[in-house]
Design a protein around this ligand. Structure first.
Ligand code: DX5
Ligand code: ZN
Length: 216
């Protein structure tokens, strides 16, 4: 069964709690929290305080996507705030095994991701150690961009490596997921679909989640 992880990046921040509660009741499987530092990506969003506030209003896994330089410096704070999954970019981790051990030591699930331009092979040494593998289908930094179809082979590769070696990670896809593109990401092997604009953009949040699941 496909999972939907609404990205709060496209929620209405003046009523964030309401939007997240509505997504939770409307069938969201995870709540995807995009953390941007204005350095690794050219946009700034939120920090651990917002994760802490959301922790009080939802019991769904808080799937925290760290688009930040030097993630190890902030990982303990996001764990403390209540993140269930902490996903780091391989580009920001000079010693990925060290970062993975740090996240595990805080009893949080480990996610790993890569920019569209980064080769899949850079992840290979870590694949046996992670709980979630996030494939980016847009350049990280902004919501409502177009799905990059040229990243579909990476999703397939994630699935094939998982099958071949029996890895346990879930395959998550992030960027440009909507009712037209979700079936492409799903057939390629995606299991968890991040969706920002397609959930919070227009219309009813619950209905949007239902439609995405139906179109997969
Ligand atoms: C992009 C973020 C995504 C983004 C997805 O940097 O990682 O999670 O919010 O938004 P949509 O679904 O609108 O492409
Ligand atoms: Zn994201």
């Amino acid at each position: 069964m496909i999972k939907i992880a609404p990205s709060i990046l496209s929620a209405d921040f003046s009523r964030l709690g309401f939007d997240v509660e509505t997504a939770d009741k409307g069938g969201a499987d995870y709540i995807h929290v995009d953390v941007m530092d204005g350095h690794f990506v050219p946009n700034m969003t939120i920090g651990p305080l917002v994760v802490k506030a959301l922790r009080k209003i939802t019991s769904k896994p808080l799937d925290t996507h760290l688009m930040i330089t030097d993630p190890e410096k902030y990982i303990p704070r996001f764990a403390e705030a209540g993140s269930d999954i902490l996903t780091v970019h391989i580009e920001t981790c000079p010693d990925i095994m060290h970062t993975i051990r740090l996240i595990k030591s805080l009893n949080v699930k480990v996610g790993l991701t890569l920019n569209p331009a980064t080769p899949f092979d850079s992840l290979l040494p870590a694949l046996s150690e992670i709980d979630l593998l996030l494939i980016m289908t847009v350049q990280p930094g902004f919501g409502a961009q177009s799905f990059m179809f040229d990243q579909l082979p990476k999703i397939e590769r994630a699935k094939n490596e998982k099958l071949k070696y029996g890895y346990k990670y879930e395959i998550e896809v992030d960027g440009g997921i909507n009712s037209d593109t979700i079936s492409n990401a799903y057939s390629a092997g995606g299991e968890v679909m991040v969706a920002g604009n397609a959930v919070f953009g227009k219309g009813s949040i619950g209905e949007n989640i239902r439609i995405l699941k139906e179109k997969a």
